[in-house]
Design a protein around this ligand. Sequence first.
Ligand SMILES: [Zn+2]
Length: 151
Amino acid sequence: MIPLPPRGPPPSPRRAGNPRSCNARLADAGLREQVGYTGQAVCARTGGPVENRSTSHRPERTCVGCRTVAPRDQLVRLVMEQAPEGVAPRVRADPSGSAPGRGAWLHADASCLDLALKRGGFARSFRGAVDTGLLARDLEASYPLAFQGNR
Ligand SMILES: [Zn+2]
């Protein structure tokens, strides 16, 4: 096997003047044992964690109602059903979170549903007119604790 030629100049790990990572500075300070092996790095400047992988890589979505960004597991997914041409597609709850098609995300909260309905958040998320007539009942059926009782 002939190795592929490298693209561009070869990486130089110790290029002069290049700002070095927090971890590299820690290693220089003799704190290497605090870095990497346990997955928990401690910043030399602040003393706090450099990066918390479990939160920094958690997917986030914007609530279609209040427009707040929230971790995906605090939101419920809504999905647009396929519809024949000329018919506004219906928006349904997607409790599985993985139904095919364009999705939108909503806090499991009746007030966010109201906001989305009043402000036209669904039409914006789904990029066109949608039929939300069944959505409230659908959400109540799928998430009774969140959407029932406070209307
Ligand atoms: Zn919300």
